[in-house]
Design a protein around this ligand. Structure first.
Ligand SMILES: [Zn+2]
Length: 270
């Protein structure tokens, strides 16, 4: 009898401690969520022409500069290669595809990780991760460069799952493209995009996400697919996916609260 009472008291104590821990964890998470969400909600429409005139970028940012492989030389005459667009100032999306053989000139693997990125963003990425760590927000790279073949496998697997559920090939591809970029349209092929920590919506409620939303632009990175912009980017909200665009452009996009598509349109449509 005595033992039984002691056991139930212990059990009750465990429940109380667990409840207290859950409440404080929730409070921490809620505070993060509100703040990061508020920042992301403060989007403005595409900046005005007047604003552009007052504050023009020092360097142009443009649509994708196709990098041709030897096998594609036949098509070279159809390809526009603006001379003023360099490696990190390229748009990769469903309208700006890259060839299957396109890859960063030099890849560098992150220390203690299997993830590699374009070697030119290795330093800013490491600096950003170190600063986040110093601020108590641990971020790690879950995924970086992905070759065309890997992207094709990921895409096809999801398409086949939809087809298995009775969708037509076309519908299956459309549904898949909102979650997984079709081969040739993924920023991961450029080596300039990183998926951080856990690739789930739960990432949105972490201190790491909060820190990234507030600070990533200082290192040249942007949250590439912000909430409420699927009609512009063609991709669902992905809190874990960040893209290197350089400090100047990232800071401007942060200031104006615009996506890369809007920023490029603004640049060319002024
Ligand atoms: Zn990604």
């Amino acid at each position: 009898m005595y033992n039984k009472r002691r056991t139930s008291t212990k059990f009750l104590l465990v429940i109380v401690v667990f409840a207290l821990l859950s409440t404080s964890a929730y409070a921490f998470v809620s505070a993060d969520k509100t703040s990061a969400k508020q920042m992301l909600a403060e989007r403005t429409p595409i900046p005005s022409t007047e604003l552009y005139r007052q504050n023009p970028p020092s360097e142009p940012f443009g649509s994708h500069e196709r990098t041709l492989c030897s096998v594609d030389v036949v098509a070279a005459t159809e390809v526009i290669q603006p001379a003023d667009i360099s490696w990190y100032k390229q748009l990769f999306n469903q309208y700006n595809r890259v060839e299957s053989c396109f890859s960063p000139p030099v890849l560098q693997t992150l220390q203690g990780s299997h993830v590699s990125v374009d070697a030119r963003i290795y330093e800013p990425l490491n600096q950003m991760m170190a600063s986040a760590r110093a601020a108590g927000a641990t971020i790690w790279a879950q995924s970086g460069y992905r070759p065309y073949s890997t992207q094709r496998t990921l895409f096809e697997n999801r398409v086949n799952r939809y087809i298995g559920r009775g969708y037509s090939r076309e519908q299956a591809e459309q549904n898949t493209a909102r979650w997984i970029a079709a081969p040739g349209t993924s920023e991961h092929q450029s080596g300039l995009a990183i998926d951080f920590n856990c690739i789930t919506m739960a990432f949105e409620h972490t201190a790491a996400f909060q820190w990234l939303v507030e600070n990533a632009h200082r290192y040249g990175f942007i949250l590439r697919y912000p909430p409420g912009t699927t009609h512009i980017t063609g991709v669902n909200y992905e809190p874990w996916h960040f893209r290197y665009v350089g400090v100047e452009h990232a800071s401007r996009m942060q200031e104006y609260g615009v996506t890369l598509e809007e920023y490029v349109k603004w640049y060319f449509g002024r």
